[in-house]
Design a protein around this ligand. Structure first.
Ligand code: SF4
Ligand code: SF4
Length: 133
């Protein structure tokens, strides 16, 4: 975690990722997976990530470990969305600095500190699962 990390910002998503691990299931709407012909490949990637379907039929990004499968990098330090250009609408609409953003940052703060204290190669999925229970 960056020494300067604060729940209250600055809201630099590239050094955060809290909403991708601590904001709950990320829903994928039917329109999110409608495929313009020239975007087939990237959308196929997203559908591959979004392979989880809840009991109520809502399709969600895989996050069995509490971390969205598309989140790459080290949360709290340097992250990126692997499908940024085709991320679900709910992600594109998520506003840095909003109440939900702050809540996610609050949930993830202690997790970021723990992740930063161990080599990245030893970070295991249960760390993320604990953050969202
Ligand atoms: S929207 Fe907020 S919680 Fe999500 S990555 Fe950006 S700063 Fe972090
Ligand atoms: S799809 Fe991308 S922006 Fe949305 S939760 Fe997953 S990693 Fe974050």
């Amino acid at each position: 975690m960056s020494p300067a990390f604060s729940i209250d910002g600055p809201f630099d998503c590239r050094s955060c990722g809290a909403c991708c691990i601590a904001a709950g299931p990320v829903a994928v709407s039917p329109s999110d997976v409608q495929v313009p012909r020239h975007r087939t490949r990237s959308v196929r990637r997203m559908v591959g990530f979004a392979s989880f379907e809840a009991d109520d039929g809502v399709r969600c990004m895989k996050s069995d470990d509490g971390r969205c499968a598309a989140l790459k990098g080290q949360p709290g330090v340097d992250v990126a969305c692997a499908i940024y250009d085709r991320r679900p609408t709910v992600c594109a609409d998520f506003q840095p600095g909003s109440q939900y953003c702050r809540e996610a940052r609050g949930k993830a703060r202690s997790l970021f500190a723990r992740i930063a204290s161990v080599p990245s190669t030893t970070v295991r999925p249960p760390l993320f699962a604990e953050a969202v229970r």
